[in-house]
Design a protein around this ligand. Structure first.
Ligand SMILES: Cc1cc2nc3c(=O)[nH]c(=O)nc-3n(C[C@H](O)[C@H](O)[C@H](O)COP(=O)(O)O)c2cc1C
Length: 361
């Protein structure tokens, strides 16, 4: 496995090791309803066994601590594990299960396969979330045999058709508003209405640019069953990103983000949305050229122990990263402008819900 990709998960492991130690299981809060939005969101939360139609995106570098905090607060937490070795997948699933009895998702970017899916299921992963592709019949059979559920991120009507044919338990429609890697060719607004025409009873969520309760209310009023929040939880206390990255999250506007292929080291040509930074600006000024012709290529901009990360690598800066962290990828979606402080993930879930249903905090 490419060392730089692997480190996307190792950074999370290092950062979460201390928080995991000695923590006791937190009570399950995802039981009984009390949701105030009838119809599709209620059907979705009932199907998944959660309390609120608030899903944390399976962001790379996320930890058991973050996923469990979201799930314990009544949302559905998640951990992106595409680049993690098998033992880490087992450890993370078990650690999350020790912190919450509520459902959480393990995420796979199918461009990189899902070799550790059997390990995740064996360790008891309750939900699997796929992006950038459709799982094979064999993988789906494995998920069903384990009694788990699965969701699929799509961006078009054809993608939604494939998800329905695969029997996905829910669909998540991603748009280019999203932070991180983007499979969408346009806004989710361009595709959602036509996707909703065909999804019927299969819960359909929106991902991209959502930050608060008003955003959730808006997508539900458009016919969605709930919302997926990535950037918002990347700006949580539990997400182990570097303080510089979190500071940029608080101080950035939507126009401070860029949809680009600049940081494609480790995933050539993959589109992503990041905060503008010196690496991006220098690359754009030099004509946005491809690999081999980019300014400062080969510079080491970050290290974790003996691991070194070159400029243009997809690896973001974690709390354990040292170096020119401001030059590394900082993933953020268009919803970044609404983030004013770094809260705990549980407070974020409750705040989004309170605002969505009009409750005072
Ligand atoms: C920091 C960060 C890391 C991400 N990592 C992954 C990942 O590993 N796998 C994946 O499928 N999507 C990843 N995404 C994209 C999310 O799945 C989701 O589509 C996106 O966060 C939704 O848009 P939002 O960030 O505006 O809420 C990431 C997003 C962010 C912000």
């Amino acid at each position: 496995m490419d060392k730089s990709r692997r480190a996307f998960s190792i950074g999370g492991l290092l950062a979460s090791a201390t928080v995991l130690m000695g923590k006791e299981a937190i009570a399950d809060t995802a039981s009984s309803g009390n949701y105030q939005l009838a119809g599709k969101p209620e059907a979705f939360v009932k199907k998944m066994g959660i309390k609120y139609p608030i899903v944390q995106a399976v962001i790379g570098g996320s930890t058991p601590d973050l996923a469990a905090a979201v799930s314990n607060a009544g949302g559905m937490g998640g951990i992106g594990m595409s680049w993690s070795p098998e033992q880490e997948v087992r450890d993370f699933v078990k650690a999350t299960k020790s912190l919450t009895k509520a459902p959480f998702a393990i995420g796979y970017v199918l461009s990189f396969g899902a070799n550790t899916l059997p390990a995740a299921l064996d360790a008891g992963a309750p939900v699997i979330q796929f992006s950038f592709g459709t799982p094979s019949k064999k993988q789906i059979a494995m998920i069903r045999a384990a009694g788990a559920k699965f969701g699929m991120q799509v961006s078009t009507v054809d993608g939604a058709k494939q998800a329905l044919e695969a029997g996905a338990d829910y669909i998540n429609v991603q748009g280019q508003e999203a932070g991180g890697h983007i499979q969408a060719q346009g806004s989710w607004r361009d595709h959602l209405p036509r996707i909703l025409e065909i999804t019927g009873k299969t819960p359909t969520l929106v991902a991209g640019g959502l930050s608060n309760g008003k955003d959730l209310r808006d997508v539900i009023s458009m016919g969605a069953s709930g919302g997926v929040f990535g950037t918002r939880f990347a700006a949580s206390k539990e997400y182990p990103s570097h303080p510089e990255y979190k500071k940029r999250m608080i101080n950035s506007r939507p126009s401070d983000t860029a949809l680009t292929v600049c940081f494609d080291g480790g995933w050539p040509g993959a589109m992503h949305r990041v905060l503008r930074n010196p690496t991006l600006e220098r690359w754009e000024a030099a004509g946005s050229q491809g690999s081999g012709m980019r300014p400062g290529e080969g510079d080491i901009v970050g290290t974790i122990g003996d691991m070194k990360f070159e400029r243009y690598n997809l690896f973001p800066a974690f709390v354990v990263t040292q170096g020119k962290v401001e030059d590394m990828a900082m993933y953020a979606g268009l919803g970044v402008g609404a983030i004013k402080d770094i809260q705990s993930a549980g407070d974020i879930v409750q705040g989004i819900w309170n605002e969505c249903v009009g409750n005072k905090a």
